[in-house]
Design a protein around this ligand. Structure first.
Ligand code: FAD
Length: 459
């Protein structure tokens, strides 16, 4: 057998957010790059993650607005959910973004090889009989929906992939896992009319967030009629033609039509040649140094296979970082704690930086102050019919180190907060500047004014 061989500066294995970002930046920097993708360019985020779920969440918001319209003096009738039309809307968004992305890489002359790649040497990925040799190799093979030991996916026990494709609204659904993916689907299904129960083993929903935010979400979900069990572990599930019965370790049972398993995502790193070539794996993830290089020189890893936050914008940043690193630009490191996170349920949650408790551990309890501004005082939030809060954490006589928000549309507010945290801005630096009125963004301004010692509407 004769193997063909092509040479590049960078060979990227996996064309998701992390992989294609690395290739685009590499080309911008005058390097040559190839992307190898076995499925669809855009990966999880575009086809099975961020984009389709946010389309569903927007449809859910429209459903809520139409049910609530009378509150604003608008006469309308909510007649129900047409899942086929919802799916058509979701698929339309995904396919237009997919087309755009393919065009983007094509316009930049980035070759995309369709096929399953395998690392056969530290500098070589093989696809069928073709070898792609790189001065550097970037591993970007992404993640898959995990389950629990002994919990088999199939039939009425589904993951987010099947949940996205449902052509009906389940009457009653159980969600295993109260993290981001679990609460987002719970929120959609509730807006679509389902009875929903979330089962979370830790003491709170969205347990990685500031505790006060988790508690506000729990109150809001209770008000919306979303049921949840906290602090008790899942034990087993049985299913038949009618539905599923979920049993917890305390003997409590829940009946539902479906069980969504949303217990996290595992790295796609098995049987890809990584270990054979000498790349160290840790529970399947690819550990790297802080410059994203693996233990094998010239082999980098980016995105969900790298331990830490699994987010599309972290993947983009890591892809760009690695291309710049290879080009010798010495890019700056963004620690995971300073990456903005959004949970797009209703109400939305957005955060960046340290929680108040973690800031106190890091900087000393007497070195940290926080102010929690209640959005009841924010005109735009009242107009939109939403409530919530924004908490800003600062080091005394020092920078803002954390911002934690909950409210309808809170996600849009994190842009300014992440700049403040990453630029290590003091509240006093931001206080003189102006937030347009009436906006939800003013709430950040109010909290900052208060921390700078010159509150306007804050008490
Ligand atoms: C339901 C859901 C909702 C989400 N919502 C959000 C959100 O709102 N915001 C956010 O920031 N993040 C969100 N995420 C997370 C986000 O999708 C991931 O963090 C991101 O897609 C990771 O990018 P990646 O490039 O590392 O991996 P992936 O996107 O998984 O891409 C990896 C690619 O590698 C390819 N591949 C794997 N093995 C091979 C091989 N051997 N040969 C060739 N190709 C291969 C795969 O086909 C895939 O296309 C969500 C995820 C899910 C599941």
């Amino acid at each position: 057998m004769r193997l063909s061989e092509q040479n590049f500066d960078i060979v990227v294995l996996g064309g998701g957010s992390a992989g294609y970002a690395a290739a685009i930046r590499a080309i911008e920097l005058g390097l040559t790059a190839v992307v190898i993708e076995k499925d669809k360019l855009g990966g999880t985020c575009l086809h099975r993650g961020c984009i389709p779920t946010k389309a569903l969440l927007h449809a859910a918001e429209v459903a809520e607005v139409s049910k609530d319209a009378a509150k604003y003096g608008i006469k309308t009738a909510f007649e129900g959910i047409d899942m086929n039309a919802v799916s058509a809307y979701r698929e339309g968004i995904v396919s237009s973004k997919w087309k755009g992305l393919q065009g983007l890489l094509k316009a930049r002359g980035i070759p995309v090889v369709e096929g399953e790649g395998r690392l056969v040497a530290a500098n070589t990925v093989q696809v069928g009989d073709d070898r792609y040799v790189g001065k550097n190799v970037v591993l970007a093979t992404g993640s898959y929906s995990k389950s629990l030991p002994g919990l088999e996916i199939g039939g009425r026990v589904i993951t987010s992939e099947q949940a996205l494709e449902l052509d009906f609204v389940p009457r009653k659904v159980a969600v295993l896992g109260g993290g981001v993916i679990g609460v987002e689907f719970a929120s959609v299904w509730r807006s679509f009319g389902a009875e929903v129960t979330i089962i979370e083993a830790l003491p709170h929903l969205v347990p990685n967030e500031e505790e006060s935010i988790s508690k506000q979400l729990e109150r809001a979900f209770r008000k919306r009629g979303i049921d949840f069990s906290l602090g008790v572990r899942f034990q087993s599930v049985t299913q038949n033609d009618q539905g599923v019965v979920v049993t917890l370790e305390n003997g409590q049972t829940y009946e539902a039509e479906l069980l969504l398993v949303a217990v996290g995502r595992g790295p796609v790193t098995q049987n890809l040649g990584y270990e054979e070539v000498g790349v160290t794996l840790d529970r399947g993830f690819v550990p790297t140094n802080e410059r994203l290089e693996t233990n094998v020189p010239g082999v980098y890893a980016v995105g969900d296979i790298v331990p830490g936050l699994q987010l599309a914008h972290r993947s983009y940043q890591q892809g760009i970082f690695v291309a710049e690193e290879i080009a010798g630009l010495n890019p700056i490191i963004v620690e995971d704690v300073n990456i903005p996170k959004i949970t797009y349920c209703e109400p939305e949650i957005a955060s960046v930086g340290y929680t108040e408790a973690r800031a106190a551990e890091k900087f000393g309890a007497d070195q940290v102050s926080a102010y929690d501004y209640n959005l009841a005082g924010n005109g735009k939030s009242s107009i939109l019919g939403t409530s919530g809060s924004i908490k800003v954490v600062r080091v005394n006589d020092g920078p803002i180190v954390g911002v934690h928000i909950i409210a309808g549309r809170a996600g849009e507010l994190i842009a300014e907060a992440q700049l403040a945290v990453n630029w290590e801005a003091y509240p006093e630096d931001i206080a003189p500047f102006i937030h347009a009125h009436p906006t939800q963004g003013e709430a950040f301004g109010e909290a900052v004014l208060k921390l700078a010692g010159k509150p306007l509407h804050a008490i």
